[in-house]
Design a protein around this ligand. Structure first.
Ligand code: FAD
Length: 327
């Protein structure tokens, strides 16, 4: 059976949350087309231990490729194995997360297969037997539907949009032959050093607490870090470009047109005016809360809840309430 390919991204031997979201989306396409979900995970020795989780999220078959060569992501090696797998199985669609790794890998696979690629999709469905993806364009100013003309439809999916659901049935685990020649790799990644404190990625966190120039100084971001911490490991700190350009926060935290696009369940914008370039990166969040002392700030136009006032007074009280709520 051709099936829907789902790329299961791992990090340090653990399956990432985005992998469950990709498998869940693949399940819905497979059900609509009457086919199976084939999840593939590649990693170093021991990767198979994590594979059962994917079955619970809707994979009929989980193919595990273990090799020392795949302990770290290799663009060439992963592309070769995955494109080969998709070709061999004649998959109808190939889904990847729109994570940093997925955005690197998916277009390479599409190019290798000679088909088109739709990036950062927020919905996928089957219309008249064809896979159709919905994706925002021009910084979210318009939304387009893209129908794949070739097979497979290669898509990457925005994090936190396809909520992972569990499935009672466990998938069948199979071993994948990953005997690729390391000499063919353009580069071999020997080691990956995590950034400071292994913080949650702002692009994937279910809650994002972002700060702008209104914070007044880099030290005041402690107020936001406290609020993020109060959510019990579910929140990441984000930033506007103004504070990244000022060197207050790292670029990895920047949300917006020239930063990351985020779609968390909850986005709290603190001391951020709401310039179009910032909105481009966060307007698809499910709930937006804005804290700003200027009642005319544009951020209030997209906010579900707005608090007009001084963030220095509001943030400590909000953190206290969140702590109580989470206790
Ligand atoms: P400001 O616009 O200065 O807003 C600060 C806000 O804080 C104000 O609304 C003020 O009322 C409020 N405030 C001040 N003190 C307090 C207080 N005590 N309590 C409560 N509120 C307070 N920007 C991005 O964010 N991301 C991008 O990716 C991005 N890409 C860009 C790309 C291009 C090509 C260009 C030209 C610009 C880009 N920008 C981007 C910049 C963008 O246009 C804005 O300049 C930037 O977003 C402003 O950041 P800010 O909201 O933190 O600062």
């Amino acid at each position: 059976m051709p099936g829907i390919f789902a790329f299961a991204e791992t990090r340090d031997g653990e399956i990432r949350k985005v992998a469950h979201e990709v498998v869940t989306a693949a399940r819905s396409l497979a059900d609509a087309l009457g086919t199976e979900v084939h999840a593939v995970l590649l990693g170093g020795p021991g990767t198979a231990a994590a594979s059962a989780e994917l079955g619970r999220h809707g994979a009929d078959k989980v193919f595990v490729g273990e090799s020392d060569a795949f302990a770290n992501y290799s663009a060439e090696g992963f592309t070769t194995v995955i494109a080969g797998f998709i070709q061999e199985h004649g998959c109808d669609a190939a889904l990847f997360p729109a994570s940093s790794l997925g955005r690197d890998l998916a277009p390479r696979v599409a190019a290798r297969l000679g088909v088109g690629y739709a990036n950062d999709c927020v919905a996928v469905e089957v219309q008249g037997g064809q896979v159709v993806a919905t994706r925002p364009e021009y910084s979210g100013k318009l939304v387009t539907q893209v129908a794949a003309t070739g097979k497979p439809a290669v898509l990457s999916l925005r994090a936190n949009v396809f909520l992972a659901t569990e499935n009672a049935k466990a998938g069948e685990v199979q071993t994948l032959d990953v005997s690729v020649n390391q000499a063919d790799f353009g580069a071999i990644v020997r080691e990956i050093k995590a950034g400071a404190a292994e913080k949650m990625d702002v692009g994937e966190a279910p809650i994002v607490v972002s700060g702008g120039r209104g914070l007044g100084s880099p030290e005041n971001f402690k107020l936001l870090e406290d609020l993020a911490e109060a959510f019990g490991g579910k929140a990441a700190v984000g930033a506007s470009r103004a504070v990244v350009d000022a060197g207050w926060r790292p670029h990895a935290e920047q949300v917006g047109q020239t930063g990351k696009t985020v779609s968390p369940t909850l986005y709290i914008a603190v001391g951020i005016s709401g310039a179009v370039q910032h909105l481009a990166g966060m307007r698809t969040a499910r709930y937006i809360v804005a804290i700003n002392k200027d009642p005319e700030a544009p951020i209030f136009k997209v906010a579900d809840y707005g608090i007009v006032g001084d963030l220095h007074q509001i943030l400590p009280r909000m953190t206290e309430e969140v702590r109580k709520m989470m206790a």
